[in-house]
Design a protein around this ligand. Structure first.
Ligand code: FAD
Ligand code: UDP
Length: 378
């Protein structure tokens, strides 16, 4: 009998499998319904031999030394600071909006102090910043909001920024200096040999048994286990009994071109034109040298694999109902972006999984054989 059945081999499930096996000697069965480990961070070499991310660009960044050190046990790193250009009014300019963005877009030569005044003159007063529209117009005004945020957000989420929580557009800062990095975290690196290799090393332990192409539904009553960690969609776990939680999906078009380089930076965003939101060229992320290049175009969708929880108050309310059920379900832990319905980056999921491990260590006795087999849900 397994001590743990872990559903989902992404960051949440894999970190917990590793901790439980190596720190407690527990026996773990880790399953995923996809044909591979790594969850959405999965990468692989395509037919041309170029390393790409099957579920869109994943750039690791964190301010947590603890999280960085933890992952460093399983991978070496390649220093990489992410840079993105947005195609606006026919020009390619830095996003997050910074001093160079404004100077280039409006043919100006402002200084940092002057651009601060430029933003202040355009910023709209908002009594209480609640939405993704509020967060941008209150900083840079309506014109820049419309150029950079309104169209992109409507495409990405299928709704207006005024309908989304401020935390969504709030992910992208505004700068008055020339810093053109997408993230300002202390640790910004890519796993040197890719994410999948990192996951393989994390899961390579005699107490961890990995089964891919395996859906929880198909084995939940067949395979005996004592406790469960679930990292899939929480509404699905509970049979959608309060209704479906909305998740935003994407279609990824992966294309290999017979040229060495297609674009000057890893990602170009398209807030005003095109049906896709952004184009990623992986060689910038990986440093791979190759005569060809592989790109991914992201087309947002309502239906399909659940990639993004949709942060808005009514969805949070619905999630809270499921969370209440989760808290009342003994011996089952819900972890990760889908199971806790949070728009988390990879490092946040690793942090959440490590915190869950600490809670498990406090509450679950080390000794094996003490607990009866449990049913995951009624
Ligand atoms: P997931 O990776 O989604 O893993 C959950 C796994 O559970 C899946 O593999 C799924 O198949 C499996 N599963 C679900 N239900 C079942 C079931 N019933 N039975 C069996 N298996 C099941 N984060 C960053 O830090 N930087 C980035 O640049 C970045 N870019 C992103 C770009 C895109 C397009 C997306 C969608 C996300 C991005 N993220 C990024 C976020 C990152 O992907 C997540 O934070 C992280 O992968 C979440 O890990 P997880 O384990 O919670 O979930
Ligand atoms: N966003 C935008 N224009 C951009 C970049 C981002 O409007 O050029 C908004 C959009 O709503 C997006 C959110 O900011 O969903 C967060 O952007 P981020 O790049 O963090 O999205 P992710 O990489 O998670 O898809």
């Amino acid at each position: 009998m397994y001590d743990w059945l872990i559903v989902g081999a992404g960051f949440a499930g894999s970190v917990l499998a590793e901790r439980l096996a190596t720190q407690r000697g527990d026996r773990v069965l880790l399953i995923d319904r996809r044909p591979h480990i790594g969850g959405n961070a999965y990468d692989r070499y395509d037919e041309a031999g170029i390393l790409f991310h099957q579920y869109g660009p994943h750039i690791f960044h964190t301010n947590s030394k603890q999280i960085f050190d933890y992952l460093s046990q399983f991978t070496a790193w390649r220093f990489y600071e992410h840079r993105v250009l947005a195609e606006v009014d026919g020009k390619r300019v830095p996003i997050p909006i910074n001093l160079d963005t404004i100077n280039s877009l409006y043919n100006l030569s402002l200084t940092s102090g002057e651009v601060e005044a430029f933003f202040a003159a355009r910023a709209e007063h908002v009594d209480e910043v609640r939405t993704s529209e509020d967060v941008v117009v209150s900083k840079v005004g309506r014109e820049l909001y419309e150029k950079f945020f309104r169209g992109y957000t409507r495409k990405q989420w299928g709704m207006d920024p005024s309908e989304l929580d401020k935390s969504v557009a709030g992910r992208v800062p505004t700068r008055t200096n020339r810093d053109d990095r997408y993230f300002s975290d202390e640790y910004q690196f890519m796993p040197k040999h890719g994410y999948t290799r990192m996951f393989e090393r994390m899961l390579s332990h005699p107490n961890i048994h990995v089964m891919t192409n395996t859906d929880f539904q198909d084995i939940r009553t067949v395979i005996p286990y004592r406790r469960l960690i679930f990292t899939g969609p929480i509404d699905e776990f509970f049979g959608f009994r309060f209704g479906k939680l909305p998740y935003r999906s994407l279609k990824f078009d992966h294309v290999t071109l017979d040229v060495e380089q297609h674009q000057p930076v890893a990602v170009i965003n398209f807030p005003q034109t095109q049906a896709y939101t952004r184009v990623t060229e992986y060689k910038h992320l990986t440093g791979q040298v190759h005569p060809k290049t592989t790109l991914t175009y992201e087309f947002p969708r309502a239906e399909g694999d659940p990639y993004y929880p949709v942060p808005r108050p009514e969805n949070q309310e619905l999630y809270k109902k499921y969370e209440k059920l989760a808290l009342a379900t003994p011996n089952v832990w819900f972890v990760g972006r889908l199971a806790t319905y949070r728009y988390y980056n990879m490092d946040q999921v690793v942090g959440q999984a490590l915190a869950t491990f600490r809670r498990i260590s406090e509450h679950v006795p080390l000794r094996r054989g003490e607990a009866p087999r449990i049913e995951a849900a009624e």
